[in-house]
Design a protein around this ligand. Structure first.
Ligand SMILES: Cc1ncc(COP(=O)(O)O)c(C=O)c1O
Length: 438
């Protein structure tokens, strides 16, 4: 009996998990270093997903581990309501540097979901502060994922995530998604077709009137729905329409922030500037939970014009937790000193070729890539949506690679520190899995 094995799996109600299936056939990770997890049986598992898109600098990065260890002994917790601690301020300044000063302020949360709800609330408060309190409508997109708070769920567009929890927020509408297999299958980078789908925003503006719309929120690259890369020109068009009608544009960069596309944020990659940007995950290399909303100066400043008092009645007990700040400061140092972005950019062509080499394998109906991200879409088993990809996930884990599946799509997003040998191992094993799938 392995000592690391828990005595019982029964009481932990697991998130986004088929609990009954998992508990009958558990997969337990007990340690992690660099590009690999180790499972409870001592097997190495190559991390093809950076956990959950969380670990750009690789697991147990020594500098980050040390920084968190030092901070916990020095300042285990400090409130940030009417109080502060130096690391929270230092981090905010360094994050502004990291954005190239395209943003003026950052608000800390503990997760992507909280970052999304915070950004939506900021948008509403901003319009109200300027005397446009009628702008209450929020627009998301079909197939969008913005976490699981009621705000993020309401603007999100993944049906199965929403259906048990209504009624959701009123006054929300959705743009159509951009997935178009007929026109764009096997795209590298931005697909050629679909920029005009952004014009659907004009339709919603005409329908609802711009004076009722506060904000549009989209993921620059939709991740959880299975890697949907925006069509060429689409995001620029959304930006133009938002600007024209005084609507705030929010990019949800929870998975694309912190280097996923080889640039600081996807906004830089696509050269489109949102007004608010939500982040989490890679901001601390996944080591300590943290999210953050980046705000343009004009949004922050409009709220600072309020009468003396608390300007935004919002925040979390753990906003700017010292351990998260220490982890994030160390993560930014690793990005700078180890050239994480440069390394990710240099590997992109090799990554892209390796993924697209899977074309022609059984069941593969699409492959799409951008940065160090890949989506591999499988033909569903008749009458059993998601079952084929789930079987691939289980077999892959047994073969020593961690992949992520959503519906019948395999989504890959490795730590950015991977090397060509890891890419060879990942796709060598994945090809084998695909060949053996029913
Ligand atoms: C785009 C996006 N937004 C929000 C979230 C929610 O983040 P969290 O799970 O940290 O609440 C996620 C999580 O994957 C995400 O991908």
């Amino acid at each position: 009996m392995n000592e690391a094995r828990p005595a019982s799996l029964s009481s932990f109600w697991m998130p986004f998990t088929n609990n009954r299936d998992f508990k009958a056939h558990p997969r337990l990770l007990v340690s992690a270093k660099g590009m690999y997890y180790k499972d409870v049986d001592g097997n190495d598992v190559l991390d093809g997903t950076a956990g959950l898109w969380c670990v750009p600098c690789g697991h147990a990065q020594p500098r980050i581990v040390a920084a968190v260890g030092e901070m916990v002994g020095q300042l285990d917790f400090a409130p940030t309501f009417q109080m502060g601690h130096p690391a929270a301020f230092d981090l905010a300044e360094q994050l502004m540097d990291y954005t190239g000063h395209k943003f003026g302020h950052v608000f800390y949360t503990n997760s992507g979901s909280e970052a999304v709800d915070t950004a939506l609330k900021m948008a509403l408060a901003f319009h109200r502060a300027r005397g446009e309190g009628g702008r209450t409508r929020l627009i998301g997109r079909e197939r969008g994922y913005h976490g699981v708070g009621f705000g993020g769920l309401s603007v999100g567009g993944i049906g199965p995530n929403r259906k048990a929890f209504g009624p959701l927020l009123p006054g929300v509408d959705h743009l159509p998604h951009t997935h178009d297999l007929a026109r764009n299958a096997f795209s590298r980078g931005e697909p050629a077709s679909g920029a005009t789908l952004a014009d659907e925003l004009e339709r919603l503006v005409a329908l609802h009137d711009p004076s009722t719309i506060a904000a549009v929120i989209v993921e620059p690259v939709a991740g959880s729905t299975g890697v949907l890369v925006p069509p060429r020109g689409y995001l620029k068009r959304l930006r133009e329409i938002c600007t024209k009608h005084g609507i705030l544009l929010i990019f949800d960069e929870v998975i694309t922030g912190f280097g996923r596309l080889g640039t600081p944020f996807a906004a830089d990659y696509f050269d489109v500037e949102p007004d608010l940007m939500t982040t989490a995950k890679g901001i601390t290399n996944g080591t300590v939970p943290m999210g953050a909303v980046f705000s343009k100066r004009f949004i922050h400043d409009a709220l600072m014009d309020a009468p003396p008092g608390i300007e935004l009645a919002h925040g979390y007990t753990y906003s700017g937790h010292p351990l998260a700040c220490a982890a994030s400061l160390a993560t930014l140092a690793v990005f700078r000193e180890q050239g994480i972005l440069e390394h990710a950019r240099a590997l992109q062509p090799y990554w892209e070729d390796a993924v697209h080499a899977l074309r022609g394998l059984p069941h593969v109906i699409d492959i799409r890539t951008v940065g160090l991200v890949a989506g591999i879409e499988l033909e569903p088993l008749p009458g059993k949506p998601g079952a084929r990809a789930m079987a691939a996930f289980k077999q892959a884990f047994a073969d020593g690679i961690l992949i992520r599946v959503t519906g019948d799509i395999i989504a890959l997003s490795p730590p950015l520190v991977l090397e060509k040998t890891h890419i060879d191992e990942l796709f060598g094993k994945l090809a084998d899995v695909l060949r053996r799938l029913d």
